[in-house]
Design a binder for this molecule. Structure first.
Ligand code: SAH
Ligand code: SF4
Length: 367
């Protein structure tokens, strides 16, 4: 596997080229090729000496992912989901969502990308296709960044909004996520503003504290899916490790020190967490955290026993929250027809390629 140059800071590029006997201006040229021109190969870097281009090409890659499948939603939503192969043959998926509408109804972005942070997921939430085959490995910073560049090539335009809601638990992979964020935020690299980046977590408490210490005004979404330990532990085993008694104080701390409102994600699953008294408990938590709630009717995953509630019932749950004056939105999965809940496209392909066994390569483990 060739390491990627994508995660290299300006200082690291200067150091690398210095070690190869080149002046610092060469590092600036290289950085401009990588980020300003989005060069996909070293050969394209016409103002660099051919020997340097060849040396870099023999040691590094600029595209650690190769597109293997693209599915387009037929509902006209413009959602596109693509599956990519990593250098060691593992599969990751990313979703392109056009024109996110921001608060107040303004068009806050042209192109949103839903990014994966791991191959599989160790957390094994009972409703989620990503965790169904366990954890395979973390994505490197370069692979996280590579998804963005690959998406731009597919879309033919630049990504200006990121949601870490793809496969994996981003806060379990901060060693790679933070260096990737360094490049994403750097105006000389991707230059996407912190308020256009949302990290979604199922509630890794030490990870939350470390992300807070990173000190950037990122947006945070928390996959709550249960407003009491009983309900939450039933669908999210991670709740046994960090129950609400630990998670909520950590979120209160986050809410106190960050300027953006927290979002609580809540998948509605028939007769698991969609009973109306649960809405009252959820409202109490949202009020305590000054958070908004995003309701997501469960997106059916083949082989899992859960049932999506009726639209009528989802509306009633939503009304119950509104009656407590909690800001709430209902998200119907864009591109339901292309398995847009993350992890599903990969699962389908794995089943097709390997008869439902996990990816090629390492066996899944519970990390
Ligand atoms: N691990 C992080 C980031 C992944 S986000 C987290 O869990 O927050 C993936 C989002 O998709 C989460 O909010 C998750 O709860 C949601 N999701 C997973 N499976 C789903 C399904 N079958 N239907 C609807 N949403 C689902
Ligand atoms: Fe992992 Fe998030 Fe899926 Fe849970 S919902 S298994 S934490 S990706």
């Amino acid at each position: 596997m060739l390491p990627s140059l994508l995660e290299y800071s300006a200082a690291q590029l200067t150091e690398l080229l210095g070690a190869l006997g080149h002046k610092p201006y060469r590092a600036t040229q290289l950085r401009e090729w990588i980020w300003k021109h989005r060069a996909a190969s070293f050969e394209a870097m016409s103002n660099l000496p051919p020997a340097l281009r060849a040396e870099l090409a023999s040691r590094f890659t600029l595209r650690p992912l190769e597109l293997v499948e693209l599915s387009q939603s037929s509902t006209g939503s413009g959602t596109r989901k693509f599956l990519s192969r990593l250098q060691d043959n593992h599969l990751v998926e990313s979703v392109i969502l056009p024109a996110a509408v921001g608060e107040g109804g303004s068009r806050s972005s042209r192109l949103t990308l839903c990014v994966s942070s791991q191959v599989g997921c160790a957390y094994g939430c009972r409703f989620c296709a990503s965790g169904l085959h366990g954890f395979t490995r973390h994505l490197s910073a370069g692979e996280i960044l590579g998804q963005i560049l690959a998406a731009e090539e597919v879309a033919g335009e630049r990504v200006d909004n990121l949601v870490f809601m793809g496969m994996g638990e981003p806060l379990a992979n901060l060693d790679n996520l933070l260096p990737a964020l360094d490049r994403i935020l750097d105006p000389h690299s991707l230059g996407i503003g912190a308020r256009h980046i949302t990290i979604s977590t199922s509630g890794n408490v030490p990870g939350l504290r470390r992300l807070a210490a990173y000190g950037k005004p990122l947006r945070l979404a928390v996959s709550l899916h249960g407003a009491s330990d009983d309900v939450r532990s039933r669908v999210m085993p991670v709740n046994r490790k960090w129950p609400l008694g630990e998670l909520l104080p950590a979120l209160e701390e986050w809410a106190r020190t960050q300027k953006h409102m927290l979002t609580l994600e809540y998948i509605l699953i028939h007769e698991v967490n969609d009973m109306l008294p649960e809405a009252d408990k959820l409202a109490d938590i949202a009020r305590r955290l000054n958070a908004k709630v995003n309701l997501i009717p469960y997106n059916t995953v083949q082989g899992l026993p859960w049932v999506r509630p009726s639209e009528e019932h989802c509306r009633r749950f939503c009304q119950a929250l509104l009656s407590h004056r909690i800001p709430v939105t209902m998200r119907y999965e864009k591109g339901h027809d292309i398995n847009a809940a993350c992890g599903q496209l990969r699962l389908r392909r794995m089943e097709k390629e390997q008869g439902a066994t996990p990816d090629q390569g390492a066996a899944p483990s519970r990390a």
